[in-house]
Design a protein around this ligand. Structure first.
Ligand code: SAH
Length: 281
């Protein structure tokens, strides 16, 4: 991007109601777990950072771009693990920036896709802290891609829906009956955080009329050396996950586009599903 193209954003940042010593916060998407899936812009932000707050799904290799003098703070939030409260993270972002630090908030995938980036930006805005967002490659697109699944392949789908399988405390969670209807209309369902409740999710989709024979896949640790992918059907998916021992982080993909992965595995000779397959490394 040229200097001229940057001008409007520079002008906006300059006008931000920050204190004279105020630093800056950049929310950076680190991609799905492989350091070489970082964007060039993400690397630039990491090189400039004086403080880096890191989420736990971020590949450690990404931190090689951080200068040795920078402070690195790990604030994982995975289920069951010791986690840092979201409010604490937001307060820390604000306070570090107000102390003049160039802060990078490093998040797995894309900061705005189930990444709480929106909440953090709201906190920064409320505090008058200048900020930028660097989009990242989201796991819901990249993990299926690595397993051979093009999520909007036009032979089978007209779109893709990114949805969480994990209801927020105090919220009802996704309306699976509605989503079954959507999926029947040719929209691929890509479900984040869906492993724990996969039995309930698949049962609810089938109860609402989505055929049990609908192709379905799960991809664990997509884009990393630990990637495992499994292809089956909506009916077999939850049992397969248990049997094969798939664990978080994993993405569920439900829809006919999963046939593309089956085609690939069969060398293109067959599109027959289901044939529950052993996990592939
Ligand atoms: N902001 C992230 C998503 C964070 S929510 C993004 O855009 O990708 C965390 C969930 O993302 C995990 O529970 C899992 O469902 C999914 N996920 C993250 N990394 C993954 C990976 N490498 N492979 C498969 N799923 C992944």
């Amino acid at each position: 991007m040229t200097r001229a193209a940057n001008a409007p954003r520079d002008a906006i940042d300059a006008a931000a109601p920050a204190t004279p010593r105020a630093g800056h916060v950049t929310l950076v998407g680190a991609g799905p777990g492989a350091a070489d899936l970082l964007t060039v812009r993400a690397i630039r932000a990491l090189r400039q950072a004086t403080v880096v707050l890191v989420d736990d799904l971020v590949d450690a290799g990404v931190l090689r771009y951080v200068r040795p003098s920078a402070r690195i703070v790990h604030c994982g939030k995975r289920g069951g693990a010791v986690s840092t409260q979201q409010g604490f993270i937001e307060a820390m972002l604000v306070s570090e920036a107000l102390h003049g630090e160039r802060v990078v908030r490093l998040k797995g995938g894309d900061p705005y896709v189930f990444g709480r980036g929106g909440e953090e930006v709201a906190a920064l805005r409320a505090a008058g802290v200048a900020h930028t967002v660097v989009p990242g490659i989201t796991a819901g697109i990249a993990a299926p891609a690595e397993a051979g699944i093009p999520v909007t392949d036009r032979r089978w789908a007209q779109g893709v829906l990114l949805v969480t399988g994990h209801a927020q405390p105090g919220h009802a969670g996704p309306d699976w009956a509605q989503l079954a209807h959507t999926a029947r209309g040719g929209i691929t369902l890509v479900i984040y955080m869906g492993i724990t409740h996969s039995a309930d999710i698949t049962a609810a989709l089938m109860a609402a009329g989505l055929a049990g024979s609908t192709p379905a896949a799960v991809v664990q640790s997509g884009c990393t050396p630990q990637q495992r992918a499994h292809v089956g059907t909506l009916r077999t998916l939850a049992g397969d996950i248990r049997r094969v021992g798939i664990a978080s982080p994993a993405i569920l993909v439900i829809g006919d586009v999963v046939r593309a992965a089956a085609l690939m595995q069969d060398g293109g000779s067959s599109i027959d599903l289901p044939t529950p397959r052993a996990a592939t490394a």
